[in-house]
Design a protein around this ligand. Structure first.
Ligand SMILES: [Zn+2]
Length: 147
């Protein structure tokens, strides 16, 4: 992407994203459990932000949590995500956003005792773009948007 994604307007985002992607990334929406992409995916590669192609998760860190959303026990590297406190719906949760485009991804919970670090990154599959190992993320994103 040539333009800094943080400067895009709502209209520009709507032109780039599907309605579902827009709702999750730009309106902090949540896909219904069990309905999102990549829930049972075990392919080798990485998961990038569908808003800006920023690399967020390696498939090696994905696990089956049974929660209904794709789950990872850590981000691909420190700084891929930003976190903030979300107090909507009467709960205090840790929200995750893409560090590059500030798109909403999901929430982090500390309820994965069997995973390294014990954390569960509960991510909307809608916010993710799977890139097979060795493929160019921007090319995969461009192909995804032409669909
Ligand atoms: Zn992003």
């Amino acid at each position: 992407m040539t333009k800094d994604p943080r400067t895009l307007t709502a209209t520009e985002w709507k032109a780039l994203l599907s309605p579902d992607e827009y709702h999750v990334l730009r309106e902090s929406g949540t896909e219904r459990p069990g309905t999102g992409k990549y829930l049972d995916d075990e392919s080798d590669g990485a998961y990038h932000c569908v808003g800006c192609a920023n690399k967020l998760y390696d498939a090696e860190h994905k696990f089956h949590s049974g929660c209904g959303w794709p789950s990872f026990f850590q981000q691909v590297e420190e700084g891929a995500l930003t976190t903030l406190t979300d107090t909507t719906f009467g709960m205090t949760r840790t929200e995750m956003r893409c560090a590059v485009c500030d798109g909403h991804l999901g929430h982090i919970f500390n309820d994965a005792p069997h995973q390294p670090g014990g954390m569960r990154h509960c991510v909307n599959g809608t916010a993710l773009l799977f890139v097979p190992r060795g493929d160019d993320p921007q090319a995969v994103l461009d192909a995804h948007r032409k669909k």
